[in-house]
Design a protein around this ligand. Structure first.
Ligand code: FES
Length: 106
């Protein structure tokens, strides 16, 4: 199991156990993280799974694809940390990752 945490801007933290291979949107929705909707089911068509990945974790989570970057243009409060978390699959190296959710998704 890999420990992943989601931290909302109001300080609400949800700690979840993840199986390798699941994506961070599915994990959040199943785990009751209400600030991540995942409206399109991970089809890269909605941007309701927008999160911030802290700088120190970006090498582990990887960079956004061209298609993901294009969809992020429809997001709100997008910055250099932004990712669509349906596109990030859990690996063992992500143990301890804290995913931040943007204010706009409160
Ligand atoms: S769930 Fe729709 S883009 Fe991630």
């Amino acid at each position: 199991m890999v420990k992943i945490s989601y931290l909302d801007q109001d300080g609400t933290r949800t700690d979840l156990d993840a199986d390798e291979g699941t994506n961070l949107m599915e994990l959040a929705v199943r785990g009751g993280v209400t600030t991540i909707e995942g409206e399109c089911g991970g089809a890269l068509a909605c941007a309701t799974c927008h999160v911030y990945i802290p700088e120190e974790w970006r090498a582990v989570t990887g960079e956004a694809s061209e298609d993901e970057r294009e969809m992020l243009e429809f997001g709100v409060d997008v910055d250099d940390r932004s990712r669509l978390c349906c596109q990030i699959r859990v690996t063992a190296e992500m143990d301890g990752l804290v995913v931040l959710t943007p204010v706009s998704q409160r």
